[in-house]
Design a protein around this ligand. Sequence first.
Ligand code: NAI
Ligand code: MG
Length: 326
Amino acid sequence: MTHRIAVIPGDGIGGEVVPAAVEVLEALELGLEFVEGEAGDYVQQERGDALPQETYDLAAEADATLFGAAGETAADVILPLREAVGSFANVRPARAYPGVDAVKPETDIVFVRENTEGVYAGIEDDLTDDVTTLTRVITGSASRRIAEYGFEYAEENGFSDVTVAHKANVMRKTDGRFLSACEAVASEEEYEYDEALMDALAMHLILHPEEYGVVICPNLAGDMLSDLAAGLVGGLGLLPSANVGPDNALFEPVHGSAPDIAGEGVANPTATLLSAAMLLDHLEFEDEAARVRDAVTTVLADGPQTPDLGGNGTTGDVTEAVLDAL
Ligand code: NAI
Ligand code: MG
């Protein structure tokens, strides 16, 4: 069966790192079909719409999507694209690699973040000249869904430590519901886990990242804690992510369009290559996914490295080295 992959490079370095990842995917000769879509600031300027309907449809109908980054229009592009693929889980692995200078080289944590509700549900109101409110939405069904996904992810990927982040001592009803959904799933399926108050967890993650495996989080907590962990492993050029739904998914580096280095050919393609490996896993090409990860790991250790990691290699040098290592 041929898999159809929507490829949406977007702005800035998206146009440099996404083609690098497509080159690596093509080298695996899996017969994947790549269809390119337009989105981002440049499309907004040319056509008055950062995410044309045809790009939304392309992602909705593809078997998987590889996205780069958008610039100022990021929210107008990525939020609808996550919705187009029906994603409810944002999976963000933060792993340190040999050869890369990391604050905490023992870090190997995967954040499984609910990404449809919580404080990002978009319900804000100006009540008076002085008072603005935000409504935090937590449903039992979405909480159950992310708990099931997180526990299964941990089991399938060999993580023994699962932590549920919450703040149910203060947000008693909303995080109370989130926590009881996680408890219910764990008790039905006999999963073991710890729970942690999200503020204290932020400190513990920095001091003892080695004590954590999979962290299941409500939306905002997952956004913040995963960025915090990015700081532990060597920066944004390394962090991949997946937005997963019941039968479709979108893969993207965590970083943005990096206008400060765009066009110089020095963007680190690692985050996007690792996102492509997650895409291969999603399509059940597990062996090929492992090959890409191994090749990337080899090149991170042996070089060449891009300037963000202290080297003087280009995006092309790193990509070629990964192709050789494959
Ligand atoms: P950014 O992630 O684009 O860049 C932050 C810093 O990290 C910059 O110094 C950049 O050069 C460096 N960096 C990022 N990725 C790198 C890579 N692969 N290799 C080497 N260095 C890398 O975040 P920033 O500067 O806050 O935002 C720039 C633009 O990107 C903004 O317009 C923002 O709206 C957009 N953005 C888009 C996102 C998305 O499409 N998902 C996510 C975050 C930001
Ligand atoms: Mg963020």
